[in-house]
Design a protein around this ligand. Structure first.
Ligand SMILES: Cc1cc2nc3c(=O)[nH]c(=O)nc-3n(C[C@H](O)[C@H](O)[C@H](O)COP(=O)(O)OP(=O)(O)OC[C@H]3O[C@@H](n4cnc5c(N)ncnc54)[C@H](O)[C@@H]3O)c2cc1C
Length: 390
């Protein structure tokens, strides 16, 4: 079956949990391993619960994809499909969409079902794009940016989907995603209609949501590695990447040993809040970052600090991922999307007026207080220590 002629089906045969494993510079990204570990745990439970024998299937694309297959197996995959072609490096959305969508619909020596039952993608820049285009091609739904997943039967009564009858949808992937604040969660279900099938049930997964599992070398004996046919559609290769550069300008906080970041706690006086954050950052010799809350708040700030309110300073899932020795978060609540970008820091100090703020749970030191009072005292203390050293 090719997705050019694919139409939503009724009673399609489905199987397995597929995981799109993204790589960069010849290495699997951590989120790929995190998803494989989570998929392994879910499918082990699934096979036991439903007395089934379905697998975790990894998909790796790129010029050196085969070299990464063993790592996928060690981290939880039973089967790894690799697609190797020079056109697949670097990532381009259209060729990747074609290869992944065709893989999901083909049949071969291993795959004897119409479509994957479940499909996971990383919620990275590329993974987000790809998950949407592949779900579109497969005519199914997608829950984006999930931070938890589980499989369970769902009992639903709905005027259209179940024609008003209490109905059990077996083996349903429950896809849990944070809302825009990062604290409330919704659970998304992708359920079949009366005469229309919605598979694979697909989700993109926020990096850092699950731990990277320990690699298990014993699994290598069992893992199966299969080659995917690579065939592109007309127009897929029209965009040519002639040059790639890591931008030198812009702010790079990823190598900083210390980072000070401020959040919406500066709201009472954003100019002063930013000035204080910058002063603390100066005193510590650190990089200076922001939560997304500051960027979206549209604060009116004075000209001297205006240029600092920029997306290039955003830390978190959709900003930079930092791992400094010391991270100071002033007036940041600790939403999951911010946490993803900084919780690997060696030492985290948070300053917050709310003792219930979630950031407290992953801070080494929590200072309960108003940043407008606490930060000046920290600066004084650092300067006092410094003067004592001279
Ligand atoms: C798809 C998606 C991607 C996202 N990506 C990111 C991302 O990459 N990075 C990111 O940061 N967010 C991201 N977000 C937004 C995220 O969900 C939160 O909304 C955001 O992190 C909140 O920013 P904040 O902590 O500054 O603000 P708030 O959540 O409003 O928290 C402000 C905190 O300051 C405290 N406070 C108030 N006054 C003071 C004071 N005077 N002194 C000390 N503390 C004070 C409050 O108690 C509160 O805890 C994303 C959201 C979505 C939906």
């Amino acid at each position: 079956m090719d997705y050019d002629v694919y139409e939503a089906t009724q009673d399609a045969s489905v199987g397995d949990m597929w995981v799109f494993c993204e790589s960069r510079d010849g290495q699997l990204r951590d989120v790929s391993l995190e998803m494989l570990g989570k998929a392994r745990r879910m499918m082990d439970d699934y096979n036991e619960e439903y007395d089934a024998d379905e697998n975790v299937v990894a998909l790796v694309l790129g010029q050196d994809a085969r070299g990464l297959a063993g790592e996928c197996v060690q981290h939880g995959a039973d089967v790894v499909y690799v697609a190797e072609d020079e056109q697949l490096v670097p990532f381009r959305l259209l060729p990747y969409t074609t290869v992944v969508a065709n893989a999901a619909l083909m049949r071969d020596e291993y795959k004897d079902y119409d479509k994957p039952r479940y499909f996971l993608f990383p919620a990275t820049h590329n993974g987000r794009d790809l998950s949407a285009t592949v779900a579109g091609k497969l005519d199914t739904g997608l829950a984006s940016d999930c931070d938890d997943l589980y499989i369970e039967d769902a009992e639903i009564k709905h005027p259209f989907k179940t024609e008003g009858e209490e109905t059990v949808f077996e083996r349903t992937l429950h896809m849990v995603r944070p809302d825009f604040s990062g604290f409330e969660h919704s659970t998304i279900l992708c359920l079949d209609n009366p005469h229309r099938d919605f598979h694979p049930q697909s989700a993109s997964v926020i990096p850092g949501s699950f731990p990277v599992p320990e690699p298990d070398r014993d699994r290598l004996q069992e893992g199966r590695i299969l080659q995917l046919p690579v065939k592109f559609r007309e127009g897929d290769l029209d965009v040519t990447v002639t040059e790639r550069e890591h931008l030198d300008d812009g702010v790079d906080l990823t190598d900083d040993e210390r980072v000070v970041a401020v959040g919406r706690g500066i709201g009472e006086d954003p100019t002063e809040g930013l000035e204080l954050g910058l002063e603390l950052s100066d005193a510590l010799g650190s990089g200076f970052g922001l939560s997304r809350g500051v960027i979206t708040a549209s604060y009116n700030v004075d000209g001297n600090v205006e240029s600092y309110v920029a997306e290039e300073r955003q830390i978190g899932e959709t900003g930079q991922i930092v791992e400094p020795d010391v991270y100071i978060a002033a007036g940041i609540s600790g939403a999951v999307q911010h946490k993803t970008g900084m919780d690997e820091s060696e030492f985290i100090c948070s300053i917050n007026t709310d003792p219930e703020a979630p950031i407290k749970d992953f801070s080494n030191v929590y200072i309960h207080g108003d940043l407008f009072e606490v930060v000046p005292r920290l600066i004084d203390e650092i300067e006092r220590i410094r003067e004592g050293d001279e």
